[in-house]
Write a protein that binds this ligand. Sequence first.
Ligand code: GRG
Length: 302
Amino acid sequence: MKTAFDLEDYLAAEGARVESALARSVEALHGRLDEDVRLALGHGVLSGGKRIRPILCVTAYRAAGGTACDERIYDLAASLELIHAYSLMHDDLPCMDDAELRRGKPTTHRAHGEDLTTRAGAALIPAAALQAWMAAEAMGCDQATRACVVRALMEAAGGGGMVGGQWLDLDAEGRALGADELDGLHRRKTGALLTASLVMGAEAAGAPPEVRASLQGYGRAIGLAFQIADDILDATSTVEALGKHPSDAHLEKSTYVSVYGLAEAERHARAQVEEACGVLRDGGVEAPALEALARFVVDRQH
Ligand code: GRG
């Protein structure tokens, strides 16, 4: 049934533009990396996925009044996906989750080997920073805005964000975490990059501080909701639907399901979605697409 905002169409259209931007990113590395490293990188970057981070970035950009609708905003948004891709490639390595499947396909190291996957993942970090800088420059953002955009991306990717969260996660294997510890870990590991998606869109659009703050608050709330949904799917879904093997129980991880139970975890995720939409409304940000995306974060099947 069609609703006022057709999220399915939106995800398909935006996802296609993100795919084109990612193909440009991989192509731009031609001649700058050994070709076998670039092919491994291409496997990690172009093997599917929901592309939720760049879609959130572009959507936030528009909600904040941004008007560039051409390739440049998608190039900026795709820099987030380059960081996300590297994190999954490294997370799947034998020294971490040792995963064989990702998005229904062999993981990058299963297809290209550990050495090339490690190198390709590392190459993606500076490539993402450079791409964000150059895309913001092409969009006509001034130097201060370009610096804000790249800083948001790198801070979210770094020790105070995703890498720090992953570190805490590895450290916590086999240990029972409390609710606050779990939130702290996932605000960094998963939430930071999702929040940066919104912040980068807002910065690139030159949003006033209250709109930026509202989009950031929305990002923080859906960041947590996204991880709770991820834990629920890991506990309840199938390899076929997820395109990967559930791993939390096998790695003896504390999750939102192990800490709260299934029903309470679902309630907690939905409360975060309501919080996200409330923050938008309170900030005067009128964005049906962002409200629909918040609901998608918890309603998704993979
Ligand atoms: C060595 C300490 C250290 C860090 C390296 C590996 C790494 C950096 C970070 C891992 C971070 C990580 C795996 C976060 C998971 C976030 C998450 C919920 C991923 C799933 O995202 P989706 O559902 O995936 O958007 P798709 O496939 O749709 O792109």
